[in-house]
Design a binder for this molecule. Sequence first.
Ligand code: ADP
Ligand code: MG
Length: 339
Amino acid sequence: MFLAGFFLFVALISGCDSQRATSVLLTGETMGTSYHITIADENSNTSKERLKKEIDSKLIQVNELFSTYIKSSEVSRFNAYHGVEAQKKSAEFIKVLAEAQRISDITQGAYDITVGPLVNLWGFGPSFKEEDIPDLQKIEAALSEVGYKNIVYDKQTNEVRKLKESAYIDFSSIAKGYGVDVLSEFLGSEGYMNYMVEIGGEMRVKGVNSQGIKWRIAVEKPDSMTRSIYRVISVTDVAIATSGDYRNFFEKDGVRFSHTIDPTTGQPVQHDLASVTVLSKSSMTADAWATAFMVLGDKKGYDLAIRNELAVLFLVKKGDEIREVSTPMFHKMTEEHSS
Ligand code: ADP
Ligand code: MG
C-alpha cells in the first residue's frame, strides 16, 4: 500500500567501488515498505548496530503516531472516537496535522487528509477489499464524511477537535515524509553532515555523497511495467518526493484507478499526469505536495507551484510519450545529468 512511485539507483549511480571506506549503509522495513540510509561522513566510526537500533525505534514511534494499520496508534484512536470533544494530542501529531491543513488551505481542499473513508472505499486503506468500483451511493456517503475543515486544532494546547463526529484522518500521504525528517534530524543530532535517508521513495539528502559531490538521485520513468530512469538530478540539503499513478492502482475493464482520490468527486484522479516530483526543505512538505499535485493535475498544479515558488517536475504521459513540465525553482535546485 505504501509503494512509492519512485526508484532509487543510488548504489548504481554513486558506484560502489569508489565509496569511502567509512560509508555506512542501513536498510530495513517500515510503513509497509523499506528504508535505506547512506551515511557518507569521512570519519564516521559509528557502531552500525547501535544506529540501526535507534533508527528502528524512531520508526516504531512514528508508526505509533500515524499508522492507520495500527489500532492503538494516535491517529487510529482519534479515528475510533466518534464525538466532538477536544482531544489532547502529541506535539508531533499537531505538527504533521498543521502542515497537512496548511497545504489543504493553499490547494483549496485538493489535498485533504480526511479522504480516508474514500481511500478505504476504493480499497487502498487498511481494510482489505476486493478490487472493484464502489457504487455511487457509497461514494456519496463517504464523500459526506470528507472535509479538512471538519478538523480543528490548537497549537497552544495541542488539542484537536472534530467538528463532524465521523471525521477520519489518513496520514498516508505525509507520514513517510515525516519519518524521513525524523531520521534526518536524528542523524544530524548524532553529528553527521553527509547522508541520504529514504523511506518508500521519499528522500532527504544532506551534504555530499561518498565521492564528495552532490547526491545524485534518479527520477523514475512513470511506467508500471518497467523500472528505468527518466533523469538523474544532483541535489544537496533538500527533500525529494515523488507521487505517481503507475505503481499503486488497480485496473478494471481497461481503466486505471489510482490511489490518489479527488476529494471533490470522490473518484480516483483521472488525467495524463503520470508523476510529480517535488523538492522542498522538509520531506513532510515535499511528500504532501506531491500528492496534492497529483490531484490538481499539471495545469492547475503548475500555476500554484509558480505562485508558491515551489520546485516541481510534472511528467505528463500521452501514449508512450512523456512530456515534461517543470518550474524555474526546480531547475534552480537541480543540476541535471544526461546519464
Ligand atoms: P505517493 O507516493 O503516490 O504519493 P503516498 O502513499 O505518499 O503515495 O500517498 C498516497 C496516499 O495518500 C493514498 O494511498 C491515500 O491514503 C492518501 N490520499 C489519497 N488521496 C488523497 C488526497 N486527495 N489528499 C490527501 N491524501 C490522499
Ligand atoms: Mg506522498
